[in-house]
Design a protein around this ligand. Structure first.
Ligand code: DAT
Ligand code: MG
Length: 140
């Protein structure tokens, strides 16, 4: 399996509870390397553009408001099969349905405040990495 990159966010519910290091450690313990990282407090227009695929969903307003409610850590993770591996490490969107030992099972508060975002496919990863990072900010 080739080395791949994925895009990750540590969401405001997690940064508020000082879980940035604890969550990053889970990535590293599972063989994913942080090759880019920055702390951003999203503007409403950035959250709306980043999550544009969900704009017709009933939870869109709530999602955008939450993502702008505090700082987020945006990261690029690199490793073997990184996109799928990160989705496995994260666990299901709804923490009540997430497997034991996943980030969302361990840390998430609810379906909305679910601590992490991760790209769902390699093409999505490419778009999401490009949304937040320039090539020179990614140091493998
Ligand atoms: P994921 O983040 O697991 O890829 P998604 O892309 O379907 O899930 O949704 C993006 C985010 O929107 C998700 O992390 C939390 C929020 N969300 C999704 N479904 C929701 C719902 N039914 N109620 C409230 N928030 C929801
Ligand atoms: Mg998604």
């Amino acid at each position: 399996m080739a080395i791949e990159r994925t895009f990750s966010m540590i969401k405001p519910d997690a940064t508020k509870r000082n879980l940035t290091g604890a969550i990053t450690k889970v990535f590293e313990d599972n063989g994913l390397r942080v090759v880019a990282s920055k702390r951003v407090w999203m503007a409403k227009r950035e959250a709306e553009a980043f999550y544009a695929e969900h704009k017709e969903r009933p939870f869109f307003g709530e999602l955008v408001e939450f993502m702008c409610s505090g700082p987020t850590i945006v990261q690029v993770l690199e490793g073997e099969n990184a996109v799928l591996k990160n989705r496995e490490i994260m666990g299901a969107t709804n923490p009540e349905k997430a497997d034991e030992g996943t980030i969302r099972k361990t840390f998430a508060l609810s379906m909305g405040e679910n601590s992490v975002h991760g790209s769902d496919a390699p093409e999505t990863a490419k778009r999401e990495i490009g949304f937040w990072f320039s090539e020179t900010e990614i140091v493998g």
